[in-house]
Design a protein around this ligand. Structure first.
Ligand code: SF4
Length: 220
């Protein structure tokens, strides 16, 4: 397997089946990546983390300052809030796989440019192919617009089930937006997010059950 095998696509099952080798290669390529200007300012690349066999994948925008230092996604204040949100829905964070559209921190946490997202896109595509999730949760406007190629904003589609390449796609507010909008009143972003996580939990449990049945069937 070599760099020419990128991106791993759902149709490239032979590579995806060599899962450990594929993940190692992906991480090695990420650590050495200089394909966009974000490589110049990074401390650590932030590939993503979590259960690689999870039926659910969370995709945020980009690493922030804490993530850049630790090389792990969603570990700052927004990440702690994400963990709390999931726990409020009875979901453990380590049950999911969590990553971002771009893997290096943009300066001053600005939104990644289209060019940066295009450069980094093959890594996200490969992660999705390797994980093969049943549900993708996008956190905020950037992954929503990048993946769905839509001009609609997160406020108008959050909490609605959409479909992306046959995968259930669930937009939610980004936790940093919730940090800036702290009200818990009925109809506030935090209140809506609490409702969204209950909805997500229902489909997540069904997806986890379906994944378990599939893998048990495969081993019989
Ligand atoms: S953001 Fe992505 S494409 Fe740009 S340098 Fe980092 S890993 Fe490479």
């Amino acid at each position: 397997m070599n760099a020419a095998d990128f991106p791993f696509s759902p149709g490239n099952g032979e590579i995806a089946n060599k899962s450990d080798e594929a993940w190692n290669m992906l991480h090695s390529c990420l650590e050495n990546c200089t394909e966009c200007p974000l490589s110049e300012g990074r401390t650590k690349v932030v590939p993503g983390e979590g259960d690689r066999k999870s039926p659910v994948m969370f995709i945020g925008e980009a690493p922030g300052a804490d993530e850049d230092i630790q090389g792990r996604p969603f570990v700052g204040r927004a990440g702690q809030l994400l963990t709390q949100i999931l726990e409020s829905g009875g979901i453990r964070r380590d049950e999911a796989y969590i990553t971002n559209v771009v893997k290096c921190r943009p300066p001053q946490n600005r939104v990644p440019t289209v060019q940066e997202m295009m450069s980094c896109g093959k890594y996200l595509e490969s992660q999705i192919a390797l994980i093969n999730p049943r549900i993708i949760v996008c956190l905020g406007n950037t992954p929503l617009k990048w993946l769905m190629k839509t001009t609609e904003g997160i406020s108008s589609v959050r909490g609605k089930w959409l479909t992306w390449r046959g995968i259930d796609f669930f937009p939610m507010f980004h936790p940093s937006y919730l940090l800036r909008n702290d009200s818990r009143k009925v109809g506030s972003p935090k209140h809506l997010t609490w409702q969204d996580v209950q909805e997500l939990r229902k489909r997540w449990k069904a997806a986890a059950e379906a994944s378990r049945s599939t893998s048990e069937g495969a081993t019989e």
